[in-house]
Each structure stands twice: as structure tokens, then as C-alpha cells.
Design a protein around this ligand. Structure first.
Ligand code: SF4
Length: 391
């Protein structure tokens, strides 16, 4: 059986899902091809019509063991340096460009106790960094701040907790205090800003205005040096050159150093798909300008980190990792043939390995293992990442 879990967030993601289905049939002519995820959830008929597809599983059923013949609910082997823990799914909002509510349904949250138990098990297994994920993370039932606090108290051995995409308008007081005051919550926030022009934000049916975002980021950065990332859309329907300039200026006004820029692409069935569209070449050109400006900001920011000390969690293939502020750090002297995730018997054993800092240049026998935390000194900056040596 081949299972394809397809994303439906953009037209391109749906296209890639179709490509994956066809490739799977080509590579495994006798396998059962099963499709699940948002792509098939949003356009079930189109996927059902594909001759390569044997079965479609609804999103709501894809995690139930019974769907797959009662497989035991075991944890897959850990293969990544960071552990992504989904705590929320679905969305109750109705941003006019977004097809996610069609695919994922209403917002629901994992119970706090279950999340804490899961993260405690990951830490026991050697995980040093956990990333909390959700479609609309800040709508976590009971408040994301309460969840983060429960994790920090319930799992004292967790060294690093990172938050994925947040909505600025939904950052509650407790979350604000933890993000700005708790060292184990990493100083990096990725914000769902989307645009920097109030009229476009209203047409997107976002719940914040430009100044809300600017003010929140000023408040956050006044308390802690937090690296800001953001999702931004270029070329939303009706976007004038002046409106686009406001989004461009948001890069500076919100001190954005990790930007994800999306050229607007209409999703079938969404209100934005029925609005007057910009010409594709304009959308493309604005996305390119936004990306170029974002890249220049990032390069300038990386240079400010020269000479600093950064703790990174080592990622595959063993010669790189991300700093707390999410700057990517490469260790050019380390060779990749080293490393498999360690199998720790206890958090204290893990910490012992994590603090090893004596690897010499090119000495692969003492190179860090994937998943360990190492201290690096930043010696150089390229356009999009840092270079360092083990301190
Ligand atoms: S809040 Fe996020 S997931 Fe929900 S509709 Fe808006 S963009 Fe989509």
C-alpha cells in the first residue's frame, strides 16, 4: 500500500499531490494507492476520477488505527533533530484567500495532558527541541499561553520549545509573558501577517490591522531580542501599487528577518477567487520584489550575528543546525557520514552528550550527533545562512 497525504493549501500543492499519485502508480504498479489529506478532502471527485487512485480516506479518519486495519498506535522511529508536535487542527476563521477551513474543518485542540505526556516521552527519548504546530495555533482551546506554561512545568527536562505560526492578534497575555521572559521558549516567532495594507487586510478578512502587528512586535522586541518571521502574500486581488508598497514597508516596520512570500494564487471556492484578479505578471513581479527585499534584510541581519555564540540542535546530515533565533548555522568542517540520532537512556545522559564541545576541525570521530545541542561560534555569514565552528 502507498499512502499519499496531500496538502491543499495552494494550487501548486494540489498539483504536486497529483504528481505524487501518478509517480506512485508508475513506481509501484501493483500497490494499492490511497490518498488522504486536504488536497483530496477539498476536491474528492477529482481525485476519485484519477485511474491511479484506489481509495480516498477522509482527513477525519486518517489517524484512526481502524482505518488502516487496526495497526498498533506506535511512535514512528525518530528521524529528525526537532520534533514537531501537532496540538491543534482546523480553523474557525474565514480568510478570503484560504481553503484550509474547507479541508481541515472546525478548530479542535489536543488535551493539555496528552500534549504534556507526549512531549515528556519525546524528551525521554532524546529530543532537545519541540516545535508546537497547528493550523491556527493561537486558537488553542484554553489559550496557547496556558498550554506552553503546562509544558514548561510538566516537562522540566525540555531544553527548547519553539512555536510555529501565530496570529499576532491572538497572542494572549500569558503567552506574551512566556515568549518574552522564559529562556526555554525560543526567541523566534513566525507570524501570519499576510499583508501590510489595511484595505487589503480587510478584503482578506484578517482580524488585525497593520498597526496591530507593528505594535505587538514593538512590544515583544522591547522585552527580548526576538527574530520575527512572517507569511506575506503578494498580488492579492485589487492590490494597488501603493497597497503593495505598504506590505513591502512592513518588512522594515516589523523587523522581519524570516519571510515566507507567496504570490497570490486563487483557490477554487474561496471569496478571493471571485474578486478582480491582478495580471499574473504583476503578481509574479511583486512577489519577486518582496522576496528580494526580504532576502536583503535577512542577509543584513545575519551579518549582525558574526562573532556571536549560538547553540544549535544538530540536523541531518550532521554539519548544520538552527540557532534559537532560527538562523541556519553550517559547520563546514564536519563531514556528513557520521550521524544517526542517539539512543539516550535518560535526559541526563542526553545532556552529557549535548554539552560535548571538543570536536576539532575535520575530526569526524568526535563530531556531534544529530539531535544534540552544541555551542558554536559564528565566523562567517553568507546570503542566507551562518558559518560557525564548535566552541
Ligand atoms: S486563520 Fe489561517 S487557516 Fe484560518 S482561514 Fe485564515 S489563513 Fe486560513
Amino acid at each position: 500500500m502507498v499512502v499519499i497525504n496531500g496538502c491543499g493549501v495552494t494550487n501548486e500543492a494540489v498539483r504536486q499531490t497529483r504528481v505524487a499519485v501518478r509517480r506512485a502508480r508508475r513506481d509501484r504498479p501493483n500497490a494499492e494507492i490511497v490518498v488522504t489529506g486536504c488536497a483530496s478532502e477539498m476536491d474528492r471527485n477529482a481525485f476519485a476520477a484519477m485511474p491511479e487512485v484506489d481509495r480516498i480516506i477522509p482527513n477525519a479518519a486518517k489517524l484512526l488505527p481502524a482505518t488502516w486495519g487496526g495497526f498498533p498506535n506506535h511512535q514512528p522511529p525518530r528521524r529528525h533533530a526537532r520534533a514537531f508536535v501537532g496540538v491543534q487542527n482546523g480553523c474557525d476563521h474565514a480568510c478570503t484567500f484560504c481553503a484550509i477551513p474547507q479541508g481541515r474543518g472546525a478548530s479542535r485542540s489536543e488535551p493539555i495532558g496528552a500534549v504534556v505526556t507526549r512531549i515528556a516521552a519525546l524528551v525521554e527519548d532524546g529530543t532537545n527541541e519541540v516545535v508546537l504546530t497547528g493550523v491556527d495555533l493561537t486558537s488553542y482551546a484554553g489559550g496557547l499561553g496556558a498550554l506552553v506554561e503546562a509544558i514548561l512545568i510538566g516537562v522540566p527536562g525540555l531544553p527548547r520549545l519553539r512555536l510555529s505560526s501565530l496570529d499576532t492578534i491572538e497572542i494572549d497575555g500569558r503567552l506574551f509573558d512566556l515568549v518574552t521572559g522564559e529562556p526555554r521558549v525560543l526567541p523566534h516567532l513566525h507570524l501570519s501577517l499576510q499583508a501590510g495594507d489595511d484595505l487589503i487586510l480587510k478584503r482578506m478578512k484578517r482580524r488585525h490591522l497593520r498597526q496591530d502587528a507593528v505594535t505587538m512586535i514593538e512590544r515583544l522586541k522591547a522585552k527580548r531580542d526576538i527574530a520575527i518571521g512572517a507569511d506575506l502574500i503578494a498580488g492579492f486581488p485589487t492590490e494597488s501599487e501603493a497597497a503593495f508598497a505598504n506590505t513591502l514597508a512592513l518588512l522594515d516596520d516589523c523587523d522581519i528577518v524570516h519571510a515566507h512570500v507567496f504570490p497570490f494564487s486563487p483557490r477554487a471556492g474561496t471569496p478571493a477567487a471571485r474578486m478582480p484578479q491582478l495580471r499574473p505578471e504583476i503578481v509574479k513581479e511583486r512577489a519577486a520584489r518582496l522576496r528580494a527585499a526580504a532576502a536583503a534584510r535577512k542577509t543584513a541581519w545575519l551579518k549582525t550575528l558574526l562573532g556571536s555564540t549560538q547553540q544549535i540542535v544538530v540536523e541531518k546530515p550532521g554539519d548544520r543546525g538552527h540557532a534559537p533565533n532560527f538562523a541556519e548555522v553550517h559547520l563546514p568542517s564536519i563531514h556528513p557520514e557520521l550521524v544517526e540520532p542517539p539512543s539516550f537512556s535518560s535526559p541526563s545522559e542526553r545532556k552529557g552528550i549535548a554539552s560535548t564541545g571538543s570536536a576539532r576541525m575535520g575530526d569526524t570521530s568526535s563530531a556531534p550527533t544529530v539531535g544534540s545541542v552544541i555551542t558554536t561560534t559564528i565566523t562567517a555569514a553568507t546570503d542566507d545562512h551562518l558559518m560557525g565552528t564548535i566552541a
